[in-house]
Design a protein around this ligand. Structure first.
Ligand code: SF4
Ligand code: SF4
Length: 255
């Protein structure tokens, strides 16, 4: 589609006439397509990739493999979603225990761990971090001040243990980007329903069921069982989630 619309030619034109100073792309797909794009378009100066320790070896996001493709082409990487939409900041208890087991002489916060993991990779030029409060800004600055040291082997092992903890809880790795919701003919609040299910699986209790019934399936937003399985949402999901299957799990839990 981008080729048909002349996106690359337009970007080159913008750089040539000074309307843009640099040409980079934001990328949500697999290593094979990135390889093809960077081979056909050596004019690309940077690529923005979803990288975080939870997605590093994930079969859907493939952070490591797309990072390696960019590196092999000598294209610096800008990191998006280093904290995975906040999931690596507010860890469930079992994951928090895994992280706390590592020696942490600098007193890194959970976000600090996530930022360091990305920022100390040699081909990372920049890490984008979403911050809502002054406290978060200060914490991010603390983690990145000076010349941030790479995480120790014990700390990296702790991050792998956090990954195992997430897997054991069966949490859906949705980043709440909402790319999937615009085209849904049933206006299903997909990321919110996944969040309800994650909360239920991690914390239990009545609260996620209340949100499901009173906030996330009202005002024209259908319940997950109303999904007609058209698949539009899955074509938009940068995480490659099997949304239709996951919605049946949400329905089984709450309906
Ligand atoms: S498959 Fe279901 S959730 Fe996805 S867009 Fe279609 S109706 Fe909506
Ligand atoms: S597109 Fe995928 S990751 Fe984004 S909100 Fe929808 S299900 Fe979650």
């Amino acid at each position: 589609m981008y080729t048909r619309q002349g996106v690359f030619e337009t970007a080159k034109e913008f750089v040539a006439d000074g309307r843009a100073r640099h040409f980079g792309i934001s990328f949500h797909d697999g290593p094979e397509l990135l390889e093809q794009i960077l081979t056909e378009h050596p004019e690309i100066e940077t690529v923005q990739l979803q990288i975080n320790y939870e997605d590093w070896d994930s079969p859907s996001v493939q952070s490591r493999r797309v990072y390696e493709v960019a590196t092999a082409h000598g294209v610096p990487v800008i990191v998006m979603e280093p904290c995975k939409g906040g999931q690596l900041v507010n860890l469930p208890e079992v994951a928090q225990r895994a992280l706390d087991a590592a020696p942490n002489p600098e007193g890194l916060s959970n976000a600090g761990y996530a930022l360091r993991f990305c920022a100390t990779k040699p081909n990372v030029a920049m890490v984008l971090s979403g911050m809502n409060t002054m406290e978060q800004v200060e914490d991010n600055v603390r983690a990145m001040a000076g010349d941030p040291a790479p995480l120790s082997d014990a700390q990296l092992q702790a991050l792998r243990n956090v990954h195992e903890a997430f897997a054991s809880l069966g949490m859906i790795p949705c980043t709440a980007c909402h790319y999937c919701t615009d085209g849904c003919p049933k206006h299903i609040m997909i990321p919110e329903l996944f969040s309800d299910l994650n909360t239920k699986r991690v914390f239990g209790g009545w609260n996620p069921g209340w949100y499901f019934n009173n906030v996330h399936t009202v005002d024209g937003h259908a319940k997950p069982s109303a999904c007609i399985r058209c698949g539009k949402c899955e074509r938009e999901c940068p995480q490659g989630l099997p949304i239709r299957q996951l919605l049946t799990e949400v329905a089984a839990e709450f309906e």
